[in-house]
Design a protein around this ligand. Structure first.
Ligand SMILES: [Zn+2]
Length: 477
């Protein structure tokens, strides 16, 4: 059981800035160190994960992380651990929290017309993080604990998202100070554009996508009068800003790059998710037979996914066969983890006898692909093979220490193995990362009652102490 990360997060929870904070206008980073930034981001993420905002589609999140990591390696902080996640909101927005957490609305992913456009948004957000923009704003708000600073970070984002709701959201934050904060925004935007542009260029994307995306958003704004996309509110686009970007881009060659299949598949998932299964079935059937535009593999993927969701299993199986046949002869679709995941789901649904051996091979081909691993572990547990599941989960937890789903699966596995201490401990980690501290404490109490080795019990004691401190810090606010 991985213990380090929970303690690492929580041990900073009662941190207070005893030396006071810099005056507004002092934009030095000295006020918050990188570890504290990470804590603020983690605690903000707990609030976001606990809300309905977190989309929680591992395949979409995985894709965003792969795309983001292509850019980060060229940033001035390549070793910073970023986490990109999709937000269940069909309005157009993206935002960066301190410490490397970047949220992208479903609506923004859908409005992009190329992978380079989506990459340009991520590059801009990554630069907000590496320049510590929000962290500086939060530091200047005189929060006295990381818990309250995390609340401020979320409040600043909420306020910028929705001007009218800002009064309620920032009740604890002085309005005058807030206004000064927002004045920084223009400088921040230009800096994020400049550095984002460099990332985009170094990572070999089409740099022209950056102004194209902003101009299209602006045009869309004019059509829907007075109803600017949130992205334009949180990242105000001025004519200066566009002129700057266009000036940089004009020196660059225009490159028509093919989008990755995953970009198309992710968009297909989001289109499907907006519809009922029967609407999605007709949508993708029409796209394939009548309109014949777009990427046929992605549309066929959408069709199989919708058929599976609508429990039309015979048709799902037949359409999957067609999809895999087509993928075999398309270089960009060979060896694709999203297609493998869908294949496994259809096999499970139709009770294909070689489903288990399919997964055994697939997780070897894609050992990092969590959607596939979740499904495989679930199948192992339903086949009473919890020992194998536990081993696989241990590896994954060491790589992804904040993954709630992994802890839930771990709890199920230990339950099956009749190991109550480990079961409740895993459940506690799941609740803790969801921000439900009370439930996490209850689970650790149950783990303690179950009994275990001296080492296990002392781990639980120290986690309990940290969780209680963190809870106290919240109550005080
Ligand atoms: Zn911005």
């Amino acid at each position: 059981m991985k213990k380090l990360t929970l303690v690492f997060l929580l041990s900073f929870s009662s941190f207070a800035f005893s030396d006071g904070l810099p005056e507004l206008g002092d934009v030095s980073q000295a006020a918050i160190n990188p570890i504290q930034e990470r804590q603020i981001g983690q605690q903000s993420m707990m609030q976001i994960r606990a809300s309905k905002q977190f989309l929680g589609d591992p395949e979409i999140n995985d894709y965003l992380n792969r795309l983001g990591n292509r850019l980060i390696q060229f940033s001035n902080e390549p070793s910073l651990d970023f986490e990109f996640f999709a937000v269940n909101d069909y309005s157009v927005n993206a935002f960066a929290l301190p410490g490397g957490f970047v949220g992208v609305n479903a609506g923004l992913i859908l409005i992009t017309e190329s992978e380079s456009e989506l990459a340009s948004v991520l590059a801009h957000e990554i630069s907000h993080v590496t320049q510590h923009h929000l962290a500086r704003m939060v530091a200047a708000q005189q929060g006295d604990s990381l818990a309250s600073m995390a609340a401020i970070a979320v409040a600043i984002l909420a306020a910028r998202n929705n001007g009218q709701a800002s009064q309620a959201a920032i009740a604890s934050v002085q309005a005058r100070a807030m206004q000064k904060q927002l004045d920084f925004t223009r400088v921040h935007e230009q800096e994020a554009d400049r550095l984002g542009f460099e990332l985009l260029q170094k990572a070999d994307f089409n740099t022209h996508a950056m102004p194209e995306f902003l101009l299209r958003l602006q045009r869309a704004t004019r059509l829907v009068d007075g109803n600017a996309p949130n992205y334009l509110r949180t990242h105000p686009v001025t004519s200066d800003r566009i002129a700057d970007i266009e000036n940089r881009v004009s020196k660059q060659p225009y490159r028509l790059l093919p989008d990755s299949l995953d970009f198309e598949l992710v968009r297909t998932r989001l289109i499907g998710a907006q519809k009922t299964s029967s609407d999605a079935i007709s949508h993708f059937t029409d796209a394939l037979t009548i309109h014949k535009h777009g990427n046929p593999i992605a549309q066929q993927y959408g069709l199989v996914e919708a058929l599976l969701r609508g429990n039309e299993l015979d048709r799902a199986k037949a359409e999957l066969t067609g999809l895999l046949k087509q993928a075999k002869t398309t270089p960009s679709a060979q060896n694709n983890p999203m297609l493998a995941t869908l294949t496994g789901r259809v096999k499970r649904a139709v009770n294909d006898p070689d489903t288990l051996s399919f997964y055994r091979t697939a997780v070897q081909s894609f050992p990092q692909y969590r959607a596939l691993i979740y499904d495989y572990v679930d199948l192992l547990l339903k086949s009473n093979q919890a020992e194998i599941a536990v081993k696989l989960l241990e590896e994954q937890v060491s790589l992804h220490a904040t993954d709630i789903m992994l802890y839930d699966l771990q709890a199920r596995s230990y339950n099956q193995l009749d190991k109550p201490l480990e079961q409740h401990q895993a459940q506690a980690y799941s609740y803790a990362w969801q921000g439900n501290l009370m439930a996490a404490i209850q689970q650790l109490e149950l783990a303690k009652q179950a009994g275990g080795s001296f080492y296990q019990l002392s781990t639980i004691e120290s986690d309990l102490r940290e969780l209680r401190e963190m809870l106290d810090a919240r109550v005080k606010k």
